[in-house]
Design a binder for this molecule. Structure first.
Ligand code: FMN
Length: 207
């Protein structure tokens, strides 16, 4: 099937019904225990294929996903996790290191071609890393929704030693880890109790 991604469409044309909104927002939970069902690379590719269309500043698209699959790499990843997160990684069908590419500016001539100077705007390393982290963090939110849309659960974790992980699994790359995410079908006792959220009038103000 060829999909036309050039023609802008009004948002109302794609309005989701309540069931779809339940699937994306209300029903899914942060999973902490897993069923014994694999998550293969095809699923991951399909999720990313959707997620990549969500927006980032200057279309920077700095999100990078590292699927940690080999037993040896998984064992190394576990050592970088906080104690309480280790068993979650050991038992997950798939664990990703989700990272920001601090050299995202290299692809700007392709992803932001109408502004040839875009790459030079990010010549300064400190500003570039901040932009990479901000935009990749945005993309993590999109990614978590993409996982849900694929009928899977995610267990994101920032409880790990990022400096040690980067020096080990991301050594020699321009990537900086932001979050480690378990993905799969939830198993028994996968959840903590549902926590309350802030009400609309606490979070939304009109000036
Ligand atoms: C960025 C991020 C980091 C998180 N880090 C951890 C973590 O290190 N360990 C953990 O057990 N849960 C972690 N969580 C899970 C949150 O506590 C959980 O998503 C939140 O309480 C909502 O739970 P619910 O989806 O079941 O409603 C993290 C979630 C996010 C989004």
């Amino acid at each position: 099937m060829t999909v036309d991604l050039q023609t802008p469409r009004p948002a109302t044309a794609a309005r989701l019904d309540d069931g779809a909104l339940d699937t994306l927002f209300r029903h899914p939970r942060t999973a902490r225990g897993w069923a014994d069902a694999p998550v293969d690379d095809d699923v991951l590719a399909r999720v990313y294929d959707l997620v990549r269309w969500s927006p980032t500043a200057t279309n920077a698209s700095p999100l990078r996903l590292l699927a940690v699959r080999s037993p040896e790499a998984r064992a190394r990843l576990v050592t970088h996790m906080d104690e309480g997160n280790r068993e979650r990684v050991r038992t997950a069908p798939l664990t990703l290191v989700v990272a920001a590419d601090t050299d995202f500016h290299e692809t700007l001539p392709r992803t932001f071609p109408h502004f040839p100077g875009a790459k030079d705007v990010f010549a300064d390393e400190t500003g570039r890393e901040a932009a990479a982290r901000f935009n990749a963090t945005l993309q993590i939110g999109y990614f978590l929704l993409g996982v849900r849309a694929a009928g899977l659960a995610a267990g994101p974790m920032t409880g790990f030693d990022a400096a040690a992980l980067d020096a080990d699994l991301l050594a020699g790359t321009s990537l900086k880890s932001l979050v480690v995410v378990n993905i799969g079908k939830p198993g028994e006792n996968a959840w903590f109790d549902r926590l309350p959220r802030l009400d609309v009038d606490e979070a939304v103000r009109t000036l």
